[in-house]
Design a protein around this ligand. Structure first.
Ligand SMILES: C[S@@+](CC[C@H](N)C(=O)[O-])C[C@H]1O[C@@H](n2cnc3c(N)ncnc32)[C@H](O)[C@@H]1O
Length: 246
């Protein structure tokens, strides 16, 4: 796994963060060292997806990157059939994902689509995954996407979403930041790397509060919403679509 050194040298000016070839090349190192409980998140999401998947529907992974969730789900499903669509707008990410699928015996069960997730026509799904991706969308486009996911889910289907969040109280927000930077330092990132990455993500990754997310899920029609994992400023939700009333 190539090491993430993208922000290790002082840059004359820090360009806005992009999921380009450089980032794709070090993505696994970057995400494991930057997202607390990442491995656990993907593992449990794959288990949940396997538990809720219904044949004849799709699992849709929106903002799939290089396929960590999909690869984990393939292993979780074993010999059971799966139909999954994985979507990202970054060509370098999808190229790495495709290479991983080509080397997996049931890799042909996952179809990769290069698109903006806001523009994707979603087929009926029993599971939709939106992991660390809604935070990169313009604020004005987030409600519509979540509403469209609710629409695409079959009754009893689930949305699995993880986001970096911000606390509504300044004191607790500051504490979350402090412990987040401590986590990154413990994982070998220098103060320069931490501060340049923060500058690169300014206005690119725009986090919201847990309350804003919950209000959006409810407005989209999800009445069953749970936080199944939380680490300071990272939150994983499960939103279950109601069964049809008889
Ligand atoms: C932090 S990564 C997601 C990580 C991934 N879900 C995982 O669990 O490993 C965000 C991904 O979303 C993609 N992305 C961001 N905005 C997008 C958009 N509007 N449409 C499609 N993909 C997008 C980026 O290219 C990137 O690969």
């Amino acid at each position: 796994m190539s090491q993430d050194k993208i922000y290790s040298k002082k840059l004359p000016s820090v360009p806005p963060f992009e999921f380009n070839e450089n980032v794709a090349g070090v993505f696994n190192d970057m995400i494991h060292r930057s997202v607390p409980l990442y491995r656990e998140t993907v593992k449990r999401q794959a288990q949940l997806a396997a538990r809720f998947y219904k044949e004849g529907t799709a699992v849709i992974d929106l903002g799939c990157s290089n396929g960590n969730f999909g690869m984990r789900l393939l292993n979780e499903m074993g010999k059971h059939p799966l139909h999954m669509v994985a979507v990202d707008n970054s060509a370098p990410m999808l190229q790495i994902y495709q290479e991983r699928l080509d080397n997996h015996p049931s890799g042909d069960q996952i179809e990769l689509v290069q698109a903006h997730i806001q523009e994707l026509a979603m087929e009926p799904a029993s599971v939709v995954v939106l992991n660390l991706t809604l935070q990169f969308l313009p604020m004005a486009e987030r409600d519509t996407l979540v509403a469209r996911i609710h629409e695409a889910l079959i009754p009893g289907g689930i949305l699995l979403i993880t986001e970096k969040v911000v606390h509504e109280m300044e004191s607790l927000s500051a504490l979350q930041q402090e412990f987040y930077y401590r986590f990154k330092g413990e994982n070998g990132y220098s103060n320069l790397e931490i501060s340049q990455k923060r500058d690169a993500l300014e206005n690119v990754l725009v986090p919201e509060t847990v309350q804003s997310h919950t209000a959006r899920f409810n407005a989209a029609g999800f009445t069953q919403v749970d936080i199944w994992q939380k680490w300071f400023n990272f939150t994983s939700f499960i939103c279950m679509k109601d069964e049809e009333k008889k």
